[in-house]
Design a protein around this ligand. Structure first.
Ligand SMILES: Nc1nc2c(ncn2[C@@H]2O[C@H](COP(=O)(O)OP(=O)(O)O)[C@@H](O)[C@H]2O)c(=O)[nH]1
Ligand SMILES: [Mg+2]
Length: 235
């Protein structure tokens, strides 16, 4: 359905055209900023590592401040470039978070299904994003470490209900086994591209209305001129 390609040498902008490796030209290039938020050790860096490099480290080093990665996907005729900001979950870095989610089009808020505090913390991140991030931000909730379902304390149904009530995408993921990792990023891409299309449609409708309005305005004086010419010709 999609394929991941090497990071691009230059920074593409939305709306440009790109050359595929096979020489065919693509229509659209979209660039999105995505931020990962959530308590420390829930698996944010591991999810990014799985998505970007297809790897998992049992002893993943903890993130200091934030890490930046990019990933480029080809979906049909669209090239999607993600700028991914993986933040540190420790409370002492909280004040830095707005710097990373400001201007982000998408966020993945992660909790660990074995840790109810991390679910409560995820809810406070969602509230903060809804209050302070871009109004149209796409938020996905990831219940990570789904491979450890035997020691789960957060119910799937409870998290799903919370996500539905708050307009969030939701999946249980495992950075270890890769379950739902590509899927959650793809669900975000789909939501972003749909929003893009609605936005483009709105812009098109605006252009049509403005064009129609201005042609009505130019018709009126021309109409008056015709009447004037006709009356002067008739003497
Ligand atoms: N079993 C399991 N362990 C995971 C998973 N994701 C992350 N981990 C482990 O959890 C620990 C913390 O992961 P890390 O990505 O550093 O969490 P972060 O602080 O949120 O970035 C590491 O030891 C990872 O190997 C997962 O899906 N399943
Ligand atoms: Mg980390």
């Amino acid at each position: 359905m999609f394929r991941q390609i090497e990071p691009m040498a230059s920074s593409p902008r939305a709306g440009g055209a790109a050359q595929r490796p096979n020489g065919a030209t693509q229509n659209k290039i979209c660039q999105f900023k995505l931020v990962l938020l959530g308590e420390s050790a829930v698996g944010k860096s591991s999810l990014v590592l799985r998505f970007v490099k297809g790897q998992f480290h049992e002893y993943q080093e903890s993130t200091i401040g934030a890490a930046f990665l990019t990933q480029t996907l080809c979906i049909d005729d669209t090239t999607v470039k993600f700028e991914i900001w993986d933040t540190a979950g420790q409370e002492r870095y909280h004040s830095l978070a707005p710097m990373y989610y400001r201007g982000a089009q998408a966020a993945i808020v992660v909790y660990d299904i074995q840790n109810s505090d991390s679910f409560a913390r995820a809810k406070t991140w969602v509230k903060e994003l809804q209050r302070q991030a871009s109004p149209n931000i796409v938020i996905a909730l990831a219940g990570n470490k789904a491979d450890l379902a035997n020691s789960r304390v957060v119910d799937y149904e409870e998290a799903k209900q919370y996500a539905d009530d708050n307009g969030l995408l939701f999946m249980e993921t495992s950075a270890k086994t890769a379950v739902n990792v590509n899927d959650i990023f793809l669900a975000i891409v789909n939501a972003l591209l749909n929003a893009c299309e609605v936005c483009c449609m709105k812009n098109c409708i605006m252009v049509i209305i403005v064009t129609l309005k201005s042609s009505v305005m130019t018709l009126e004086p021309a109409d008056g001129m015709m009447k004037l010419m006709r009356s002067s010709m008739l003497g």
